[in-house]
Design a protein around this ligand. Sequence first.
Ligand code: NAG
Ligand code: NAG
Length: 494
Amino acid sequence: MDPDENQEPQIPKPSRIHISSFLSIFNFSILILFIAISFSIIAKTPSFRNYLPKPTISPYPNLFQNLLNFLRFTPMAKQNEFTEPPYCVLWMAPFLSGGGYSSEAWSYISALNNYIKKQMNPVFKLSIEHHGDQENVEFWEGLPLEMRNLAIQFHQTECRLNSTIVICHSEPGAWYPPLFQTLPCPPTGYGKYKIVIGRTMFETDRVNVEHVRRCNRMDQVWVPTDFHVDTFIQSGFDPMKVRKIVQPVDLEFFDPSKVKPLDLASVGSSLVLGSDNLNSKNRFVFLSIFKWEYRKGWDVLLRSYLKEFSAADNVALYMLTNAYHSDRDFGNKIVEYVKDSDLEEPVNVWAPIYVVGDHIAQVDLPRLYMAANAFVLPSRGEGWGRPIVEAMAMSLPVITTNWSGPTEYLTDENSYPLSFEGMSEVKEGPFKGHLWAEPSVDKLQLLMRHVMSDPDEAKHKGLQARVDMMRRFSPEIVGEDIINLLQLILENLD
Ligand SMILES: *[C@@H]1O[C@H](CO)[C@@H](O)[C@H](O)[C@H]1NC(C)=O
Ligand SMILES: *[C@@H]1O[C@H](CO)[C@@H](O)[C@H](O)[C@H]1NC(C)=O
């Protein structure tokens, strides 16, 4: 699982794809999808059979069997001339990466699917393609079967270029011509499609020149928050082309009334710092979920937590994190950080910090949230903040930085917005020089202590959080927004 947003894709290792020598499952499944897309766009009668290797060579039979069984045994539905929708929506996103764009894309296509199913004469059909990031087999295998079948079905839809609306749902570096190895979006460049739309976001106070240029080549760009509307326009993006479409959260899946808490001792959590009395009944558990990068403010989290609490406080901090251009030895990184810092161990010993070691399958994620008393993420900047919204859907009180994407949904009534000490500069990487928020260590200390000591208020905010998620970010509501936008576009086409 990749629990976090995934704005910057993992750059695939440059490796040529040869039909006879599959280096890895990734290359192979990308190949299958590439072949499929090339055929579905260029040819009328695709034939995949010649390209299929023996399924027995695969260590991951589920992915293959699903793809192959479908490709082999399910005939393409014959389209009736009269009911053939005049338009096609080709949604290109990192469907198989499991990141933030990926989960967004899945919810959008299920919304579109629900809509199409209800129409007598749908005005468009839907086609999808994986693009913009690497595939993650664990993620694909963790998806419900009906989602996988839906994906394979949409993947088979044929589109004529000149009646297709292409949605490029990824970071602009993946758009045509891509800056790294990925299927370009739109696949054959601009000018050949009815309309081309970008869906993207960013986590700092601006968008770089190259990305703005790429956004301006699109007919429209959909961003998730008012923060992005402002920062994109301020960076030079055409204000006439910007639309806001928020990100939905699956409220049936993330439903606290449906799940029992995960046993935190069972998920390979290792105690990396401090000592803990696991048997204590009323232990207060803070949960944080993020990709291991400086942007996420894990340093701020460690400082605040370790300064405020000791082992005598009956608290625990659980971190579910995954690698981002780094190795996976998070325990050591935490210990090193603390050793090199000016933090002093309290007489009562450090408060316990755990790193969740196991891969948590998507289906178990709600139970992980259930096992916590509060969610905390002192991030410096977020595109949307998917784990924050999931925690809110699970009625957890959340403490998170009151800047960037999350300002779209944080209020004093539904959360503990963390104020920040002004802005700081991004110090490395391609976005060096941009600004983001510098969350306050002191204020985070106060809020963490506060959420523990006022459980009634915390509970109330958690309940309000779910109410607000249902009111604004349910897949139905966001799906309707997308349909309305698409309809508006289609009405103005000819
Ligand atoms: C789209 O292209 C097809 C041929 O590929 C052509 O028959 C059709 O008239 C075109 N439609 C439009 C609206 O240009
Ligand atoms: C959070 O930020 C918004 C502006 O984006 C501001 O109106 C609000 O007062 C802030 N809330 C807190 C608790 O600081």
